[in-house]
Design a protein around this ligand. Sequence first.
Ligand SMILES: Nc1ncnc2c1ncn2[C@@H]1O[C@H](COP(=O)(O)OP(=O)(O)OP(=O)(O)O)[C@@H](O)[C@H]1O
Ligand SMILES: [Mg+2]
Length: 282
Amino acid sequence: MSKVVVNNLKYRYPLTENLAINGLTFEIEQGELIGIIGRNGAGKSTLCAALTGLVPHFFKGAYGGSVHIDGINVKESKLSYISREVGIVFQNPFTQMTGAKETVKEELAFGLENLGVPKLEMLRRIEDALNLLEIDHLRDKNPLELSGGQMQRVAIASILVMHPGLLVLDEPTSQLDPQGTAEVFRAIKKLSNQGMTIIMVEHKIEEIAEYADRVMFLDNGKIVAFDTPTNVFSMNHLEEHGLRPPVFTRVCKGLGIRDLSGLYPVTLSEAVNEVQKFNESD
Ligand SMILES: Nc1ncnc2c1ncn2[C@@H]1O[C@H](COP(=O)(O)OP(=O)(O)OP(=O)(O)O)[C@@H](O)[C@H]1O
Ligand SMILES: [Mg+2]
């Protein structure tokens, strides 16, 4: 639900020479699902840290420019305040469990108890999150005995119950099998359809092409492109920045199959569509 405004953001970690983030300016509207892509070291996780306030409140170093979330300047707010507005989910679902709770339901109650949310409100939020993420059947299971995809959805649910306006996910599916990956992407799309603003770092480019409203392509701490998946993956010279476009785009580029405006398909269904038109025109 939050709007994000970033203006000329620069950041250098302590005791390092190069800027990890080097002059980012962009806006994200409420309810957008943004995929962040780019090779190792591009600055993706650092940007996540700047959106969640870990930069500069936890990681010190040199900071310039600004990040505003719903008009709140992250640098000038307390980390405890920002962390209520912005939830973050990391790679490894296991490390995000408290490890102290016997059931999924108790796991989800944990953060809310700390906030002092009244019991009835707490139960309502937990039920909503369980339903939304399609894990209601797991409510009485031990969180540590779930599959990766299930555990990651519990991790997302434990953030959701806090009602953040912005959800940031840093490679949430990198340790999951294809089924777990599909479960997490489906859940994220559902949240996005409900109006949540979502920013997701992901190396799985085919999924990003399919699910993201816009793709931010980072290299060397800078934005190479920030546009729809079709526009970004149709660009030339992507490989020079260490990016392999989706397999469907690569195949169609190789065959010279593109739409009337010269853009290449990025998903399977788009590719099938263009190939059919291509065949018909023969
Ligand atoms: N804690 C840290 N201290 C010092 N330098 C760091 C730290 N974390 C990251 N960096 C440096 O900042 C730059 C950006 O790193 P970052 O982790 O944001 O990249 P990334 O795009 O998330 O990469 P990956 O795909 O490997 O996760 C890199 O040059 C990295 O070496
Ligand atoms: Mg990273």
